[in-house]
Design a protein around this ligand. Structure first.
Ligand code: ZN
Ligand code: ZN
Length: 403
């Protein structure tokens, strides 16, 4: 069953919003509106109507993997997205370098954020051996990194060491189930030894000379265990690629077996290079059936309650991304992974507009792609795990149920 065309799947993170007027409904988006007039549309519930989706669980669902079955914590996705290789049973975390005072109290959760010496510090902590476990760490951006504990008998059922706020000491990780006992013990030992190594590290002298706070603690959060899954190429018969800036999205994509295609200047932030992402999606499409492209900043602006910023980002996608991809693909799906309401500054369970273009869809003849207009669209209410099935149907790879 060879797919008969090329599909582009665009996720603008946190695209949906609340209220009578939204960033999407008020954005000046001529390319999106023209596409919407020829598309069918609806409202997407990425992980089911009763849940407020995280980006990790929402993307799993959108790729056709039930998060209730496959979600085992965020850490493994972060580590995969950072380019680390994970083995079955490895437990991974997101890490922050932070600044502790002489009493072990966290006075800066980001250690000043300026990267001077951070890569050296992360490198100095890499491959620490604790009992029969090896701790692999890797720097990503700013103060952030990922850590993978690799060894027998580990579980993700443990608490964070990151207290998520300043003026608190680092937490002792605690087992959240009996099988988490060893992983918690190893993580605590890692945290203690890392502090000792960092206290006397030359990179911190450099930071001091530059007037920056020392990075003398590693806070870990979001433990996740790695378990291999059937790749999307076998499960859905779609050879798939991911063009994204954010590590989490690359990580979920790698987890389901997508190939990561890096675009220059794709940062996962508001300064990302959208033209470069569009060019990469078009450049690689012949090698794949499906190209997934992720745009993060819409969500970040939503978390900040920045309506104008979110609207501006949507307008940038319209001006800098869409003109180069429309016409290059046979199927285009544009949606978000959840609503990030500017008024609430968080993810909400409100469904997200979704648009499907193919030359033969039954067009809804919308004048604008927005929360209000898609309510009467031909796709109706769409479950996240059905998005890939819809794409497959338009690529002629749908397996029939009955005959
Ligand atoms: Zn998201
Ligand atoms: Zn978010």
């Amino acid at each position: 069953m060879e797919p008969t065309g090329k599909a582009l799947f665009v996720v603008m993170d946190g695209l949906g919003d609340r209220g009578a007027e939204t960033p999407l409904s008020t954005a000046d988006t001529p390319h999106l509106d023209e596409l919407a007039a020829k598309s069918t549309s609806g409202l997407l519930h990425s992980i089911g109507e009763r849940f407020v989706p995280g980006s990790d669980t929402a993307h799993l669902a959108l790729f056709g993997y039930d998060p209730h079955k496959y979600y085992k914590g965020r850490g493994a996705f972060e580590a995969l997205g950072a380019g680390m290789d994970l083995k079955e049973g490895d437990v991974a975390f997101r890490t922050n370098l932070c600044t502790l005072d002489e009493n072990g109290i966290i006075i800066d959760r980001r250690a000043g954020r300026k990267e001077l010496g951070f890569a050296e510090i992360y490198a100095a902590l890499d491959k620490m051996k604790i009992e029969d476990v090896i701790a692999h760490v890797q720097h990503t951006v700013e103060h952030r990194g990922a850590m993978v504990l690799s060894g027998p008998g580990l579980s993700e059922k443990i608490g964070n060491t990151d207290p998520h706020e300043t003026d608190k000491p680092m937490l002792e990780s605690v087992p959240l189930a009996p099988e988490g006992e060893k992983a918690a013990r190893v993580l605590n030992e890692f945290t203690r030894r890392a502090h000792e190594i960092m206290q006397s590290h030359a990179a911190n002298k450099k930071r001091q000379e530059a007037g920056l706070p020392p990075a003398n603690g590693v806070a870990s959060r979001g433990p996740g265990v790695f378990a291999a899954v059937e790749p999307i190429s076998e499960r859905l018969h779609l050879k798939s690629a991911c063009v994204a800036g954010g590590a989490l999205y690359k990580g979920v994509a790698r987890y389901v077996g997508m190939t990561i295609e890096d675009a220059d200047g794709a940062t996962g932030t508001a300064d990302t290079n959208l033209k470069s992402k569009a060019a990469k999606a078009v450049e690689v499409k012949d090698k794949y059936d499906l190209v997934f492209t992720h745009i993060k900043a819409t969500d970040s602006f939503g978390h900040d309650g920045n309506f104008e910023g979110k609207r501006g980002m949507i307008e940038r996608v319209d001006a800098e991304f869409l003109p180069d991809v429309i016409g290059a693909f046979d199927v285009i799906v544009i949606t978000g992974d959840h609503t990030t309401a500017c008024s609430a500054k968080r993810h909400t369970a409100d469904p997200v507009p979704i648009l499907l273009w193919h030359k033969d869809v039954r067009p809804d003849r919308l004048s604008k792609f927005c929360e209000d207009q898609v309510r009467t669209g031909g796709l109706g209410h769409v479950d996240g795990h059905d998005v890939m099935k819809i794409i497959m149907d338009y690529l002629d790879v749908r397996e029939m149920f009955g005959e």
